[in-house]
Design a protein around this ligand. Sequence first.
Ligand code: NAP
Ligand code: ZN
Length: 384
Amino acid sequence: MLVLHMIPWLNAFISYYTETVMSTTQFSSELRGQYKAKAYAAASAKSPLAPTTIPRRDPGEHDVQIEILFCGICHSDLHQVRNEWSGIPTVYPCVPGHEIVGRVTKVGSAVTKFKPGDLAAVGCLVDSDGNCHECQAGLEQFCLHMTLTYNSPDVHLGGVTYGGYSDSIVVKEHFVLRVPSNLNLAGAAPLLCAGITTYSPMRHWGVTKGKKVGVVGLGGLGHMAVKFAHAFGAHVVVFTTSPNKKEDALRLGADDVVISRNTDQMSKHEGSFDFILDAVSAEHDINAYIRLLRRDGNITLVGAPDKPHAVSALSLLLKRHSLSGSLIGGIAETQEMLDFCGKHNITADVEVISIQKVNEAYERLSSADVKYRFSIDMASLKSQ
Ligand code: NAP
Ligand code: ZN
């Protein structure tokens, strides 16, 4: 925690969080009209997800109400439900889910982009202040006052926001995305987090034809990274701890696969990568990957284990390597990514499950046993 408090934005987030969330959770307000939605929530870090009802606000003039059809399961849902991030404590009950696709059921009078019946999607963000430097730059994910889809202060109803493991959601129009009509909806849901989180850093670091790109960890994020890097024309190498994923990696678009626990296979690639995206959810040695970068190569971390990484200064400085991080993506770039997926017919490889199987899915996700994203069919919640 001491180290986390040295990071200014995180420090500001934590004090904002403790002041705002902790005060707004004290009351269940009737600030505006609301209705009851069905959902699955965790009551504590050790509780399984279970059926419940939650309040949703009635749509205001700028809001879009969406019937949720599919919601992906991100490893961040698991981290958050189990309270694994010391910097972002979980407020219970917690309704996770930030890979949402559905159909518009109602719109407010000022809404112009959507009408009832349209397909719509929501990712990790549902609000931001709209006027800071970051929002003006279209980088709402870095706004100090952004509202995450779940476990953020809910300024409308008090308490915290509730995510997509639910039958409906109400979101400000600016944060609602259009879904290309040719995409399979169960497979499109994971684009809203796994998709944009891998697309954005690859665009930022210039992944194009002729670049050699590594993807570490073939999970939900990793398999999307492979698809994008391949679509951008790069030479793609997957690093996996799971030998049984080798054939899938090649099918998804990898040119080569390295079993990362095999040091001989690793050393063959020393000094050769332009860019490596690390999408691992657990503690691991990142120096082993920094060594594989060529001069001026970059490794970007998107995986978010709580424990800090140990980084060798020598492995960074000897070839002017850089190490960076990336957080989801802004709204405009998320729409760009969805349109790119529509054009290239890219979706996630999903295992579609009923909401009743969600706890089983969490167990499999925690042991890297999913091909390659769970997508919850929310019709199963209706019949609950
Ligand atoms: P996931 O589907 O569980 O994939 C993680 C992959 O990491 C696994 O499939 C596995 O791949 C590898 N792995 C797991 N444990 C490992 C270990 N002990 N050592 C080495 N490799 C291991 O998770 P995800 O949904 O893709 O999310 C990945 C991480 O990104 C999570 O920490 C999540 O919170 C974070 N995330 C960050 C952002 C962001 O904005 N930066 C957004 C979304 C998610 P192999 O079997 O191939 O080894
Ligand atoms: Zn996510």
